[in-house]
Design a protein around this ligand. Structure first.
Ligand code: AMP
Length: 289
């Protein structure tokens, strides 16, 4: 069993971080909680690679627009801690591994104290396309909290899911531009047996909506098949989908390295955002052609 600590105060977190010292390799997994196997897969990878791991559970208000689900976002701290504990028991290679969970339950002030005034945002095309179109300030909210958490934790490697592919690339760009000495490691999407990508927002779906949601991964797989078989039909396939079904927020195929329009690169990515009832789901599929 590893050494698991749960801290709710920023002061406590900073104290533990300074006790860890500067010569130690540190893994960091930032999340908003309501953990599922997608989150736990990031922790498992961190447990494989580090003896000191910080794991944050913080529902960041800055990345939600006023009309979005900040107040009703699922908060399940007790169950989350049980899942973390189970993963630690199962996957810790070294019983001295130290896992610190930062879960500022009492409010936003532990991360953004009174008077906090700085915003971090990545400019350029990557922050204007795909999810940014319908969520204009979302990524600035993400980079602001991630930068703040990076400053508090000073990790060596931070783990991000490729489920939020655009977010992962934007965080990478921020890290490069700000000369942060932190490796951003992108981890594969974890899916349910039927192919739906795990997401905290799946909890909003009714049984009927859950079936409809499968249109998203199925369509991405159709696109993959098309690309591997007869790419000339790709453009028409996508424009027909968007025209026929208004539930698509976007459906695009781009260069996987930088989300630029397709050229002749081998590594590409199909990305979609699809609305089911009031729930907006995102997913993507890497394709090597
Ligand atoms: P969230 O709590 O939704 O902010 O997610 C925290 C981290 O978990 C992010 O880096 C997500 O990309 C990652 N994540 C969420 N869902 C999945 C999934 N199904 N597979 C892999 N990573 C995921």
């Amino acid at each position: 069993m590893s050494y698991l600590q749960v801290v709710t105060k920023a002061d406590e977190l900073l104290k533990i971080r300074s006790e860890v010292g500067d010569d130690v390799d540190i893994g960091f997994v930032p999340t908003m909680g309501n953990l599922h196997q997608g989150h736990i897969s990031l922790l498992e990878e961190a447990l494989n690679n580090h003896k000191v791991i910080f794991f944050s559970i913080f529902v960041n208000p800055k990345q939600f627009a006023p009309n979005e689900d900040y107040s009703k976002y699922p908060r399940t701290l007790r169950e989350d801690l049980e899942k973390i504990e189970r993963a630690c028991e199962r996957d810790c290679k070294d019983k001295n591994t130290q896992v610190v969970v930062f879960a500022p339950e009492d409010g936003v002030g532990e991360v953004f104290p009174k008077g906090y005034a700085t915003s971090i945002s990545v400019g350029g095309r990557i922050s204007e396309i795909l999810c940014a179109k319908s969520r204009p300030n979302h990524f600035a909210g993400v980079t602001t909290v991630v930068y703040r958490l990076f400053a508090m934790i000073r990790p060596t490697v931070a783990y991000f899911g490729m489920k939020d592919y655009q977010q992962m690339l934007i965080v990478k760009k921020m890290t490069e531009d700000m000369l942060l000495d932190i490796i951003i490691k992108g981890m594969p999407i974890v899916r349910d047996n039927d192919g739906l990508a795990l997401s905290s927002r799946n909890a909003y779906l009714t049984a009927e909506e859950r079936k409809v949601a499968l249109i998203l991964p199925k369509t991405l797989n159709e696109i993959k098949k098309l690309i591997l078989e007869s790419e000339s039909e790709l453009e028409k396939f996508i424009s027909d989908k968007l025209l026929q079904d208004k539930r698509w927020d976007y459906l695009q195929v781009l260069n996987a390295n930088d989300l630029q329009p397709l050229n002749r690169e081998k590594e590409i990515i199909a990305l979609g955002a699809f609305r089911v009832g009031n729930t907006r789901l995102i997913d993507n599929l890497l394709i090597y052609r």
